[in-house]
Ligand binder design. Structure first.
Ligand SMILES: C[S@@+](CC[C@H](N)C(=O)[O-])C[C@H]1O[C@@H](n2cnc3c(N)ncnc32)[C@H](O)[C@@H]1O
Ligand SMILES: *[C@@H]1O[C@H](CO)[C@@H](O)[C@H](O)[C@H]1NC(C)=O
Ligand SMILES: *[C@@H]1O[C@H](CO)[C@@H](O)[C@H](O)[C@H]1NC(C)=O
Length: 314
């Protein structure tokens, strides 16, 4: 394992952050004060703004600039603000039932699967991923012995199925929660021609489920078939935390930034977060920059394991 040599600039906040994850950290407090200040500035300058200048004068007044600056400052800081408050954790043994109740009306989605009209459209097994069998999965599972794993970005389930096998081999009773809207991305069928599309629906969720059924992992692998943003917010609200959280959904900077920050909210204090594409073609376009910024802002060190980044919050 190689380590990123960049020293984190907030490392003195790190311990504090680890222990007061669900309350405001010092740095959050500074940010909030700055935001309040900039709102106050914006309000004052807006209040002193002369209406005549609106309609008559094309000159940009000092007050307009001050107001615009304040707005930009507040907006920029907003990029760093994510929900700070999650519910008390539900017991790991209740995680599965919590998801069944909250998402699936109390019934396992694997019950009476596959539906007759879908069955002929599925392959018995089509498990394909990217770096989904990397050594990092085994390394972290052996180290963390997770009771709950949250995977953000699942596709056909290759990495989730790999983790199910690894945890089973270690005799762990791990619940793996897969978050994916199972839409893939526009045009992805070009590279998966054997998958069927019905009225524009690529049926990724059904093929993923079929893959999980094929490897007999319907107990350990459950899923939440919605957008990463709304889902991670809800997991936080329901008190569903992961000891291990994998982030592998959108790979552009902005998607990765949001996912990593939201994923961190549902990481059990002391847990480990990791993700793909720190060192692949997709890296500097987004993921690596987002991971590095997250680590810098929160005072963590980024470790590298193969193509994956790893952040240990312990
Ligand atoms: C690279 S694939 C995941 C691969 C998987 N971890 C593996 O190794 O086999 C990315 C997945 O993220 C999902 N995804 C991307 N953006 C998403 C979003 N905003 N909400 C939900 N899912 C998303 C896509 O549907 C796709 O299945
Ligand atoms: C949810 O479950 C209740 C009680 O079993 C049932 O009456 C209701 O129709 C179900 N709703 C859906 C959307 O399946
Ligand atoms: C799944 O279970 C069935 C029936 O118990 C068994 O025949 C099959 O080999 C199992 N498949 C895997 C991948 O473990």
């Amino acid at each position: 394992m190689k380590e990123d040599r960049q020293p984190p600039f907030h490392h003195h906040h790190r311990r504090l952050a680890a222990f007061t994850r669900r309350s405001f950290t010092k740095s959050t407090a500074y940010v909030v004060i700055l935001i309040l200040l900039s709102f106050a500035l914006g309000y004052l300058s807006a209040a002193s703004y002369h209406p005549r200048q609106h309609s008559q004068s094309p000159t940009i007044s000092q007050t307009t600039i001050a107001s615009a600056t304040a707005a930009v400052t507040a907006t920029e800081l907003d990029h760093y603000r994510f929900r700070t408050q999650c519910a008390d954790p539900v017991h790991p043994k209740l995680v599965r039932q919590t998801i069944l109740d909250r998402v699936f009306n109390g019934t396992s989605p694997y019950a009476s699967f596959p539906p007759p009209h879908i069955s002929p459209l599925l392959r018995e097994s089509r498990i394909k991923g990217w770096g989904s069998n990397g050594a990092v999965f085994g390394n972290l599972i052996r180290k963390v012995k997770p009771e709950t794993i949250i995977e953000v970005g699942t596709f056909l389930g290759a990495s989730a199925i790999n983790m199910a096998r690894l945890t089973r081999e270690l005799g762990l009773k791990t619940q793996i929660l897969c978050v994916d809207d199972f839409r893939g991305w526009p045009g992805f069928l070009d590279r998966f021609r054997e998958l069927k599309m019905v009225n524009g629906d690529v049926m990724l969720m059904y093929q993923f489920m079929q893959n999980v059924v094929h490897v007999n992992s319907t107990e350990s692998v459950l899923f939440v078939p919605f957008q990463t943003g709304t889902t991670l917010e809800k997991l936080c609200e329901w008190g569903v935390f992961g000891d291990l959280v994998e982030v592998d959904a959108g790979h552009d900077f902005h998607s990765a930034w949001i996912d990593i920050n939201r994923a961190y909210k549902v990481l059990r204090p002391g847990g480990v977060m990791f993700g793909h594409d720190y060192f692949t073609a997709a890296d500097y376009r987004g993921v690596r920059r987002a991971v590095n910024l997250f680590a810098k802002v929160n005072g963590f060190r980024v470790k590298v394991d193969g193509q994956h980044w790893v952040i240990d919050s312990a």
